[in-house]
Design a protein around this ligand. Structure first.
Ligand code: ATP
Ligand code: PRP
Length: 443
């Protein structure tokens, strides 16, 4: 075990600088004249050895703890005589996945707490598949419209590990974690690459006081300066960090693995730079850190991912899993597309349906998805003629422009309604997933 020591000052003006080491010439001191990092006191931390060759891309295996639901599932599996497989090919470094409890119940994992948990349950509610919890302290729930499906509430990194290992079949998680914990062997398949929330980036954060470091090239010059102490990089993402630093030609650095509040570590003096998630940039800024040019490792959004072996297996449980996966994808896409659209209905006078169609067609925003729907309006006393009702789907962004165009061609009584879902004739995303799973896989 190595030791990190050091006590950093908390004030802005005293943000610790990397000490100018003997022989370092490429790193000019900051104009703030902050003191160099003081001599370290003995303060043991979880830390890793100075940079080494490319890391194994997999996390260490996790012990399998059977749960009551798993035991119930095992009983069901035994009586059904079939099971959803665990990964057939374990990521390099992991032992073979033998001895796990067989099961037939489909399992989904979603984040157990925080903003991403709320966003995921809200998405599932919006698509008509609400997460139904009997008790807020339990970690397993059910899914509306999907009897028998288990929804497990898990910490986000564990969602990826459990999908990778086949302990759950589908997971809702950020791409940042998929790329860190996915194992890199294709066992985690991305079914939906952007669910529309959880947008963030994994970026290097450097102390603002490092005025002469504003790009990765400048950071590399600092890191590789002869005689410099190893740069301490605090992160929850050691795999991606090592890969990025190595590709950028940085040699003299060490990864300090931390689990949260990383932005504090430079001011505490426990790291020199960080690699962490950034969204608005406020947390970095409030902790006197800055991003640098070229310093984004991963751009992320929340995704739906699945276990390749489970999705590609044969037999009734796998068929049911594929059917659920397809339904989720179709409902999610229909919802995401509907969210962007609105339904405009209006009345318009004209000499004939074709006359109305011609006038609408001349306006760029009045063509609908496949053309407007036009119907005759029958007035109450049947005396008036030449009135038509039109209906069209318009992107929300252009609804006001569409209303002005409608008025310009005689439209009146315009109503704008929300669109709940837009189902296409077939799901391109599902077709793409089938292709990804390989030939012969069908629903
Ligand atoms: N500021 C952010 N804006 C948008 N999405 C984010 C943001 N921070 C994190 N995420 C996304 O949410 C996921 C979970 O975030 P986070 O690590 O904060 O969860 P957590 O529940 O606090 O995790 P832990 O249990 O490790 O503390 C991240 O992997 C990322 O995909
Ligand atoms: O750029 P910003 O919009 O400020 O967001 C960035 C912060 O969001 C995440 O933390 P989160 O709040 O999820 O808590 P955590 O530190 O426990 O991960 C991330 O780890 C950053 O700290």
């Amino acid at each position: 075990m190595a030791f990190i020591t050091g006590v950093g000052a908390l004030m802005a003006a005293s943000t610790p600088l990397r000490p100018a080491c003997v022989g370092r010439s490429s790193f000019a001191p900051s104009p703030l004249k902050a003191p160099a990092r003081p001599a370290r006191t003995q303060r043991p931390l979880m830390r890793e050895a100075p940079v080494t060759p490319p890391a194994a891309t997999a996390d260490p295996p996790e012990p399998v703890v059977p749960t009551p639901a798993a035991a119930a599932a095992a009983t069901a599996a035994a009586s059904a005589g079939a099971a959803i497989p665990h990964s057939s090919a374990a990521p390099s470094g992991d032992p073979p996945l033998s001895g796990r409890t067989p099961r037939t119940n489909i399992r989904i994992a979603i984040p157990s707490k925080g903003g991403m948990s709320a966003a995921t349950t809200s998405l599932l509610r919006d698509v008509g598949m609400d997460v139904q919890m009997l008790n807020p302290r339990q970690y397993v729930a059910s899914l509306r419209n999907a009897p028998g499906v288990e929804v497990w509430l898990q910490r986000p990194p564990d969602i990826v590990r459990k999908v990778r290992d086949g302990d759950v079949d589908l997971g809702f998680v950020g791409y940042d974690l998929v790329s860190e914990h996915g194992g890199g062997d294709g066992q985690v398949v991305i079914a939906h690459e952007d669910l529309g929330y959880g947008g963030c980036r994994l970026s290097i954060g450097v102390p603002m006081a490092w005025a002469h470091v504003s790009s990765v090239a400048e950071l590399a010059a600092v890191v590789n300066a002869p005689g410099a102490a190893a740069l301490r990089v605090a992160t929850k993402f050691p795999v991606r960090t090592r890969e990025f630093f190595q590709a950028a030609g940085m040699v003299n650095y060490e990864v300090v693995k931390m689990d949260g509040a990383l932005e504090a570590s430079t001011q505490m003096g426990t790291a020199d730079v960080i690699v962490d998630l950034v969204s608005s940039g406020v947390t970095l800024r409030e902790n006197l850190l800055k991003e640098i040019d070229g310093g984004t490792l991963v751009t992320s959004a929340f995704q739906m991912v699945g276990n390749r072996a489970s999705l590609a297996a044969t037999g009734a449980p796998a068929d049911a899993l594929r059917s659920l996966c397809r339904e989720l994808l179709e409902r999610i896409d229909a919802h995401l597309m509907g969210k962007e659209q609105c339904n405009v209905i209006a009345n318009i006078r004209g000499s004939s349906m074709n006359d109305v169609a011609r006038r609408l067609g001349a306006q760029t925003d009045l063509c609908g998805m496949d053309g407007p729907t036009i119907n005759s309006v029958v007035p109450p006393r049947g005396t008036e003629t030449g009135m038509y009702a039109i209906g069209l789907v318009v992107p929300k962004d252009s609804v006001y422009r569409a209303i002005k165009q409608l008025r310009s061609v005689g439209g009146s009584g315009v109503c704008v309604l929300p669109v709940t879902y837009v189902f296409e004739q077939e799901s391109k995303r599902w077709n793409a997933l089938l292709q990804e799973l390989g030939s012969g896989v069908v629903e």
